[in-house]
Design a binder for this molecule. Sequence first.
Ligand code: NAD
Length: 363
Amino acid sequence: MEFFTHPEFDNHEQVVLFSDKATGLRAIVAIHNTNLGPALGGCRMWNYASDEEALTDVLRLSRGMTYKAAITGLPLGGGKSVIIGDAKKDKTPQMMQAMGRMVEKLNGLYIVAEDVNTDDQDMVNIHRYTGHVVGLPVSGQGTAGGNPSPMTALGVFTGLKTAVKHRLGKNSVEGVRVAVQGLGNVGYSLCERLHEEGAILTVTDIDTGRIQKAVDQLDATAVGLDEIYDVDADVFAPCALGGIINDKTLARLKVSVVAGAANNQLETGRHGIALKEKNVLYAPDYVVNAGGLINVYYEYLARITKGVQGREEDAIRHIHSIRETLEEIFLRAQNENVCTAEAADRVAEKRFLFPENGQDKAA
Ligand code: NAD
């Protein structure tokens, strides 16, 4: 298997293999960049077909965390871990405790969090052996932490409104037509906020119960899974899957703005350019969906300062700053005649590649 020449390697600082015979733990921790601070990122458990597939996934995900932390102005680097195995069959409290012992050996260089197929109880098990973990049940009143999804939704709402203001000149989403793909933890919470401010919702999900709830409670109009791309709306908010901006869907989109929670919305970088050419304003996914990361950062801060810092209100204030970050990205995209995804990468790289002198790699 290739490491240094792996297509996703991108100058990772460290890639660490963990194994524990007694519990069957096999994990990879990828630490992409720690110029701005310790690498924070979720621990995903997945039944990868091969070690190669697991490595590719963890490298790609940890790099993304570096960009997300940097663009959000957090003193954090990017990292991620994957546990190889079937979460339903193979995961045990002992395995997660073994993961905690391994994370502890990294001495704070990597802070672990929940991700696909891991939850707050897994983090509690990890926490038995290391303090370098977030996503634990909330420790005190007013302290940041707990379920990150409502905070992610707040960030997406802030980002969506910023894009609407920039493109449509509206200070509110009242009367703005939003097509939402996915009514899960983040998508539904986003819909509630949009509805409260008077947006007109069209929704889809594979779960018909969630659709019915949105129709009943939020006056939403339901459409089929594939019809969401054809909706005559102002905004498309992808909150389910990655790769949904691709050659097939692009031609169908009638919206002026794309802003949603899903990770890796663009199938390739080329699709960011195609959105720009189609005059669709794209609010880059990792900028607008950073609310959950911001929330767990303040949870960590609360722990290490014993509650002196890390209030929930600080996390909320930071999430609201997604507005200024996006405005900077939109301006830069205009000035440099690049797509917004490229502009976001440039701003993030400027911060994490040259944290001391603020030099701009892209300039
Ligand atoms: P979730 O699993 O709670 O919700 C996803 C929803 O999408 C579910 O209701 C599911 O039924 C639906 N769905 C699945 N396939 C679909 C399809 N083909 N068409 C329409 N709907 C479909 O997940 P979530 O926590 O709400 O996260 C949503 C997205 O946001 C994911 O891409 C996730 O990676 C990303 N994200 C989430 C957070 C967070 O804090 N939860 C943070 C950052 C990014």
